[in-house]
Structure formats: C-alpha cells, structure tokens
Design a protein around this ligand. Structure first.
Ligand code: FAD
Length: 468
C-alpha cells in the first residue's frame, strides 16, 4: 500500500517558495514519505518580487530591501548560498516633504516619534503649537486596555494631528500603502501599544527601551539589506534548490473541495490534485472563491488591498541640477504632490546604478488617489517628473523609465485584523483540518515576515501529518 502523503502549496510568491524549500528540507532530513506540489498561477515564481536588468541598472519593480535585523530572510539567503550577496544600504539624510518643502527628519526620531528634545524643538517641521501639543504625551494617562484601535487615532491622541500628519503618518503608513486612520495598531505596530501601557508616555518608554547608540564616531552602517544581483536572485536560488517536478507554473487552483479523506484541488487546466494537507499563500481576497462552500471566508471579502505604481527613472547624473545630499524622501499628505515617496537609489544602493548615472524610484497611489495607477505610462511619468522638478531641478528627460503597476497588491490590515484572521483560522481548524494560511495578507507584509510564515506553516503541516 502506498502511504505517501500529498501536500500542495498554492501560490509561488516568497511565502510559497519558503514553505516549499523548508518542507523539502524536512522531508529529506527526516526521510518522510511526503510529496510536495507548488502550484503557481502565473508564468514565473516570486510573486511581488521582480527585478529588471537594463543598460547596467538593477531595477526593483517590487520590494528592494528588508531590515537586516529581521532574521528569516538572512537565514533563507544563507540556506541557498546567497548570504555573500547581501549588500547594506548607503546611509545618509532622509527627508520628509511637508507643505511642499523638504525637511530633514529630526535626529533621534524613532519612526517619527521624537526621543530627543533638542532636534525636535528646533525642527521647522512643526509649529510652536504642534510642538506643545506633542508634549501632552508626557502627561496623558495610558490609554484604556482595548483589543484594537486605529494607528492614526492612537498617535493623534498622544501627539496631536500635526506631528502625526507631518512625520508619523508618512513614515508608518507608507510601508503598508495604507491610511493611518484605518490601519490596525495591533496588527502593525503593537509594540507602541505595549510601551504606552507600561510607561504611559511613549517618548519616555522609547527612551528607556531603545538600544543606546554608541558614542563613538564610527561611520554609521545601513540597517537594510538588498541583494547585489537584485531581489529576484533570492527567488532564483530557492527555485534551483527545489525538485524539478515540484513546481507547476501557469496553473491556478480554482477550487478546494473537502472530501472524506483530505482534499481535491480543482486546477484551471481541468486537472484535479489530491492533497492530505494544503498551504494557501495566495492573497486573502482569493479565498472566498476558492473555498466557496465555507461562508466564513467571507470575512476576507471586504478587506481592502490598495494599488500602487512603482516608477523607476534613469538619468545621466548631470541632468539633475539640484543634487540633494541624502537618500530620498517621503511625502506628507499636507503637500500638493501625487508621488508618495522617492528613493535616490543611486545613493542609497550604489550597486544598482552605473557610474555617472542616477536612478530615482518613486511611488504613486495613495489610498485616496487610486485612480492614478490606471493612467497611461506617459501620464504617470509626467506627474512624477512634475513633482520631482518642484524639489530637484531636472533638465533632461529620463534615459528610460520603467513603470510597474501593482493592482490590489497591498493588503490592508484594518482595525480588527488580528481577530478576523484568528476567527477564520479557528473555523478552519474545525472544518478544514490540514489546511493552513500563510503570507502577506495575514501576519506581516514584509518579505522576512512572509518567509517566516512559510516556514511556520511547514511546522503545522508536519505536526498534522505525523499525528494522522
Ligand atoms: P505574493 O508575492 O502575492 O505571491 C502570491 C502568489 O500566488 C502570486 O505569485 C500569485 O500569482 C499566486 N496566486 C494567486 N492566486 C492563485 C491561485 N488561485 N492559484 C495559484 N497561484 C495563485 N516588502 C519588503 O520586505 N521590503 C520592501 O521593500 C517591499 N516593497 C514592496 C514594494 C511593492 C511595490 C510591493 C507590492 C510590496 C512590497 N513589499 C516589500 C511587500 C512584499 O514584497 C510582499 O508582501 C511579499 O513579497 C508577498 O509575498 P507572498 O508570497 O505572501 O505573496
């Protein structure tokens, strides 16, 4: 009798890829009688990770880097032999654009929250009234214990609207392409809630808990990692480690049906895969359809996912007449700009750009400006150049530009996110044993978070199948 157990991973983004890698590793090391299939709807693996090489430039269409202290990505890079390809970012001044002017982010601010008095008090980012209001943080009682609240509401209460809109919002909501007033505090930055509960004042709490910088004059090192040959090299290296017959490309899983023993997955090519366990790594909004017999997946039907367009523009360095020292800027909502951020990629990531050239990478697509993503390439390029020229005097057209639209690509962790995910998982444990959710819609959007979720799902699957 064949005792082989079948496991299907749905979706070949970084979550599905790391699940496939770690599952294969465990199967080999433990000699388990398990077979794995990875099913990906598109023609290539990687999902949001996509690198373009053009005329000596390395252009990231999706993610470009990750925080070096987030270990799951470093560990996966080591596993596939890419750790010597990790590059730290060049350090330099970062700016915020408020009321159409660039301002230095005050020294000592941690994700926008001031932890040093002098740079904050002398900053011209805030009015006198705004600075006074931020001081309420020292005297306000700690908030009531609540399950969740909006990130915007939490910070507005402690620091007032001006500090939130001029610095905290552009820094925090940009990471999620979200609206700070709809985002869940507990699903995005629960550490701020905990600090406030423990220390009352967020400022004092951060002063006590943040690691102290050494007083030495050593040159600062960057806190982000990119890959020398582009983020896609991670995808390629993981792919190379997988068994050749594991991956199916150009095939979507349309439906998952529960059977007496396990599951049947109906594929877009008409085939049916049988599975004893399934790891779903597709975006949340695909689930109500794939599991249409199970009403509880409707919890995800109305959870938004925003769209953005990433605009990379290559120039001769001489075309940029006002060359500002630094690594780039984010844009506050109190500005007449449509771009939300611009990285001076040639300075932050010199390995991406040939000598004598400049590479600027901008985003458009605020939650309240989603229409911009559907404009033509020419229109988007004009908007971006127009905005850039308000701060940098660019005298020539770009050598080329690369515009990548990401439709419904940024899952929004709105208030109540964690409870929503837990509720669905609780129901799944009852009626869909052996089926697990992982990926950017659930427990963190960063690439390292996705890798961690992929690996965690492997643990769940192994426990489940070993107990069967
Ligand atoms: P995805 O990459 O979305 O993969 C899901 C896969 O499932 C896709 O390949 C899709 O084709 C497939 N699929 C969908 N439906 C089906 C189906 N029915 N059957 C089979 N397959 C299906 N993170 C960082 O850490 N640093 C950054 O700098 C950063 N920048 C970003 C910039 C942009 C523009 C975007 C969009 C994201 C960025 N992120 C960044 C976030 C990060 O890239 C993503 O959260 C992460 O890559 C998502 O991985 P995933 O595997 O969970 O999902």
């Amino acid at each position: 009798m064949d005792n082989t157990k079948e496991i299907v991973i749905v979706g070949g983004g970084i979550t599905g890829l790391s699940a496939a890698y770690y599952l294969q590793k465990e199967i080999r090391e433990q000699g388990l009688p398990f077979k794995v299939k990875l099913v990906e709807a598109s023609s290539q693996l990687g999902g949001k990770i996509s690198t373009l090489k053009k005329d000596g430039f390395t252009i990231e269409r999706g993610p470009d880097s990750f925080l070096s202290k987030k270990t799951p990505a470093v560990k996966l890079a080591e596993e596939v032999g890419l750790d010597d390809q990790l590059v730290r970012n060049g350090t330099g001044q970062a700016y915020i654009l408020v009321n159409n002017k660039l301002h230095k982010i005050p020294r000592g601010s941690h994700m926008g929250i001031p932890t040093k008095a002098r740079p904050f008090l002398f900053s011209n980012l805030f009015s006198f009234k705004g600075k006074m209001r931020a001081g309420f943080d020292f005297v306000l009682p700690k908030g009531k214990k609540v399950q969740d609240q909006s990130l915007g509401g939490f910070f507005r209460h402690r620091f007032g609207n001006e500090v939130v809109e001029n610095v905290i919002d552009p820094l925090l909501s940009g990471i999620y392409s979200g609206d700070i007033d709809n985002m869940s505090l507990m699903a995005t930055y629960p550490n701020f809630y905990r600090i406030q509960q423990e220390h009352k004042s967020l400022i004092k709490g951060l002063q006590k808990t943040l690691p102290k910088r050494s007083g030495s004059k050593k040159k600062k090192t960057g806190v982000f990692y990119a890959f020398q040959d582009g983020f896609e090299s991670l995808v390629k290296h993981v792919e190379m480690k997988l068994d050749k017959d594991m991956v199916d490309l150009n095939v979507a899983v349309d439906h998952v049906e529960k059977k007496d023993h396990g599951y049947h997955l109906l594929l877009s090519n008409g085939e049916v895969y049988k599975a004893d366990a399934v790891i779903m790594t597709t975006p949340h909004f695909t689930l109500p359809k794939v599991f249409s017999q199970f009403d509880f997946f409707q919890e995800f039907a109305d959870v938004p996912a925003t769209s953005v367009a990433n605009v990379a523009m290559a120039f001769d360095q001489s075309a940029i007449k006002r060359d500002i020292d630094g690594t780039g800027f984010v844009v506050s909502r109190n500005s007449d700009y449509r771009i939300t951020a611009c990285t001076w990629t040639h300075k932050k990531w010199p390995h991406t750009t040939p000598e004598g050239s400049a590479l600027l990478r901008c985003y458009v697509g605020r939650p309240n400006d989603q229409e911009v993503v559907d404009l033509s390439d020419e229109e988007i390029q004009e908007i971006v150049l127009n905005d850039l020229n308000k701060t940098m005097n660019i005298t020539e057209a770009p050598k080329f530009s690369v515009i990548t639209r990401w439709k419904n690509a940024r899952p929004q962790y709105t208030v109540g996110h964690n409870e929503r995910v837990e509720k669905v998982r609780g129901k799944m444990a009852d009626v869909l044993p052996g089926v697990y959710l992982a990926g950017s819609s659930f427990e963190g959007v960063g690439v390292p978070d996705c890798i961690e979720q992929g690996e965690k799902a492997v643990g769940y699957v192994l426990d489940f199948l070993n107990e069967k």
